[in-house]
Write a new protein. Structure first.
Length: 88
């Protein structure tokens, strides 16, 4: 697990980029590449646009909430939807 200021951050997922066989490391908050990151909106790598990234806040919501609320309580906890008070 990666930590920032001693607290777990949302899980980093690793995948390969088929165009150049480089690595992409991402979470719902960050995207890193093993090659020079193209400028935002670059047409050479449309799959790096935010709308097409496979790891979203929706996918890692409980981990993001756990990080964001850790300063308000002791310890780390992964929330369930019932604990988060999710409303439709």
């Amino acid at each position: 697990r990666a930590k920032v200021m001693g607290r777990d951050v949302p899980t980093y997922c690793v995948r390969r980029e088929p165009k150049n066989w480089g690595w992409i490391l991402e979470s719902c908050w960050v995207v890193w590449t093993s090659w020079s990151m193209p400028p935002r909106g670059c047409r050479d790598f449309p799959e790096l646009s935010e709308q097409l990234l496979p790891v979203s806040v929706g996918l890692q919501r409980s981990e993001a909430m756990s990080y964001n609320t850790a300063g308000m309580r002791r310890g780390s906890h992964i929330f369930t939807e019932e604990e988060e008070g999710v409303e439709d």
